[in-house]
Design a protein around this ligand. Structure first.
Ligand SMILES: O=C(O)CCC(=O)C(=O)O
Ligand SMILES: [Fe+2]
Length: 467
């Protein structure tokens, strides 16, 4: 699927080495964070409504008896799950009890736990990023013996919903492990085990994972597994009274990524005429509504995707989300042009107005939207060096009406990926490479590379202040 963009630089050993480092430093990301969280004595007391009863019931989930847990289970509704925008009840898929947030209350305040998980969930973002995490309590779930929840992804409640948080109460149980799967990697969150071995009680076990992580709850064998779920949203820091101005520590893999990127920029064989460094996205994203969908998605990047954007920006390089359209598909392949039409488009292709089967129309629309990729067989276009392949994780579909002997709907598919724009040698952050300065118009940018500053704003004076 990824663009096949072999060029002269493919033979250069240094370039291959640095590309390998870029790949490796993006791969180490684990898409979840978990642990134990100590709480105070009565933090885990829950008051809940029981249908037909005037007064709320009380249960202390730090010291609950079996009888109390049976009562809590009885007060729950049978849990449903979302399929195609509808809530469905199917006990072969999800067997558990749930309680909506307006039917119970508890003292536990998630704020301190949010502080613990935020650095993990917001990793890859700028230290002075204007965003923080906000948690919205979603449901209380009760899994008695025989309960489970099969593999699913959580329904995003908005474009800003980035992750889910599950908090497990210290009620005795066996089984009920949460299985997590992302990008072919699997792991197990065994809260029963963690809580049984907690050095200090009362404590909660917690796990937070990005919204595109597939997860399932294994069958509970004995006892009761009680959980609280929260939706985690990205919010604008300006709206937060809790801004503590903390500075983010840059982990080693992110530093490696930055160093490899610098090494590539310094290599005279690396995209000498400039071009694009392309990356597949490691996470799935909801596409905001049109127009200008892609630029809006840039602030939603998470994990290793966010690292690419943050580091490139720090160096003074532009990152863009693009939709990669591969030519040569049946709708527009013309004999003389097969397979040479690959485009990085600036937005999702809109072809609703196209109502004829002559394939070139689609192609013309695509050309208006983006940059054609240079191919080994020559022709015009931009040089692209692929770091990681763009896959179908963020596939977008555009429909148009195709007329054959009957009108039918045709589809064009594109896949979103990230590109970092590399200037030609002698330009932008690579201005230091210029040997014969014939025009003298690159001087203002001479220092941009060496201080890692953002030399992107024309004419801006860069302070040499170290922080
Ligand atoms: O209770 C749990 O451990 C997970 C619940 C869950 O995945 C959900 O409510 O979507
Ligand atoms: Fe879930």
């Amino acid at each position: 699927m990824a663009s096949d963009t072999s060029n002269a630089s493919d033979t250069n050993e240094n370039i291959q080495h640095q590309l390998k480092i870029l790949r490796r430093s993006l791969r180490v990301q684990v898409p979840f964070t978990s642990g134990l969280h100590a709480v105070k004595g009565d933090d885990l007391v829950v008051y809940y409504e029981v249908p037909g009863e005037k007064r709320p019931f009380r249960i202390d989930l730090a010291n609950a008896t079996e009888e109390e847990l049976v009562e809590l289970t009885a007060a729950c509704q049978k849990a449903t799950f979302g399929v195609g925008g509808k809530d469905v009840f199917d006990e072969s898929y999800r067997k558990a009890g749930k309680m909506d947030v307006n039917n119970f209350t508890l003292r536990f305040d998630v704020a301190s736990l949010l502080k613990t998980i935020s650095p993990e969930i917001l990793q890859g973002r700028n230290a002075d990023d204007s965003q923080f995490l906000r948690a919205e309590m979603y449901k209380l779930n009760v899994y008695g013996p025989g309960s489970f929840f099969k593999a699913h992804q959580d329904t995003p409640r908005s474009e800003e919903m980035i992750a889910s948080l599950v908090v497990v109460f210290p009620t005795a149980h066996e089984g009920g492990e949460l299985k997590l799967e992302h990008g072919g990697k699997r792991c197990l969150f065994d809260s029963a085990d963690m809580l049984a071995e907690a050095p200090q009680l009362p404590a909660l076990a917690y796990v937070a994972f990005y919204s595109d992580v597939t997860h399932s709850v294994e069958t509970v064998l004995t006892g009761y597994r009680v959980t609280l779920t929260y939706n985690l949203y990205l919010c604008d820091r300006k709206a937060s009274p809790e801004d503590d101005g903390s500075v983010r520590y840059m982990p080693a893999h992110e530093q490696n990524f930055e160093e490899a990127l610098y090494a590539l920029l310094e290599d005279p064989d690396f995209l000498p005429k400039g071009g694009l460094l392309s990356f597949g996205l490691a996470h799935q994203y909801p596409f905001p509504a049109p127009p200008d969908r892609l630029p809006q998605m840039l602030h939603l990047l998470k994990g290793s995707d966010a690292i690419i954007h943050t580091v490139a920006e720090k160096i003074g390089l532009t990152t863009q989300l693009k939709v990669f359209y591969e030519g040569g598909v049946e709708y527009w392949s013309r004999e003389e042009e097969t397979l040479s039409h690959h485009i990085f488009a600036d937005d999702v292709l809109n072809v609703e107005h196209i109502n004829e089967s002559y394939d070139m129309c689609l192609w013309e629309e695509l050309e208006k939207l983006g940059e054609q990729i240079q191919h080994t067989d020559g022709g015009q276009g931009v040089d692209v060096q692929t770091v990681t392949g763009i896959d179908e994780r963020n596939r977008v579909r555009s429909n148009y009406t195709a007329y054959g002997n009957e009108a039918e709907v045709g589809h064009v598919y594109g896949d979103a990926g990230l590109v970092v724009r590399i200037p030609a040698i002698g330009e932008g952050v690579r201005a230091y490479e210029e040997e014969e300065d014939d025009e003298g118009d690159v001087e203002a940018e001479d220092d941009a590379q060496s201080d890692g500053g953002n030399g992107s704003d024309d004419g801006e004076v860069i302070d040499n202040q170290e922080t």
